[in-house]
Design a protein around this ligand. Structure first.
Ligand code: ZN
Length: 155
């Protein structure tokens, strides 16, 4: 059973690089003030890039998980929160190094609330694993979460 309702097709070019089911991963910001753990099933959870005004500027690359699978381990006092527009999305940045490890979104069309993990902040994935992930572009700019934007190679 997938965690979001828009998951179709393969999530990786090389499924043998991942175990079946949710696996525990650890992540952190650049300076190490923020540390988190998260459970992700990369065989069912697509990696996504979004074309909204914020995600375009930071060239976001993330995977969405339900909040119960995320735990902030360190850095409760070290992050700052950014919201914009209708404030449906919160982005958490480290106050010291500026890295965004995760965000929180409520997207009713996609099944409710999500933690959006910045994949590049995961410390347990090998370059080979990251490189094998298939990227799904999302038209977040138009709240059109099931459409691929016409132009997306730059995302
Ligand atoms: Zn930091």
């Amino acid at each position: 059973m997938s965690e979001t309702s828009c998951e179709v097709g393969p999530t990786t070019h090389n499924a043998s690089l991942f175990k079946e089911g949710r696996q525990a991963y650890h992540g952190s910001c650049h300076c190490g003030a923020l540390k988190y753990s998260v459970e992700i099933d990369f065989l069912t959870n697509k990696s996504v890039r979004c074309n909204c005004s914020f995600c375009t500027k930071i060239r976001i690359w993330e995977v969405l998980v339900k909040p119960e699978f995320f735990k902030l381990l360190e850095g409760q006092d070290s992050y700052t929160t950014y919201k914009f527009g209708e404030k449906a999305h919160s982005h958490y940045h480290c106050k010291h190094c500026g890295i965004r490890c995760h965000g929180f979104s409520i997207i009713p069309d996609m099944g409710g609330d999500f933690i959006a993990i910045s994949i590049n902040t995961l410390d347990d994935l090998t370059d080979e694993q990251m490189s094998s992930l298939i990227v799904q572009p999302l038209d977040g700019r138009n709240n059109n979460w099931f459409e691929v934007p016409k132009f997306h190679n730059h995302l």
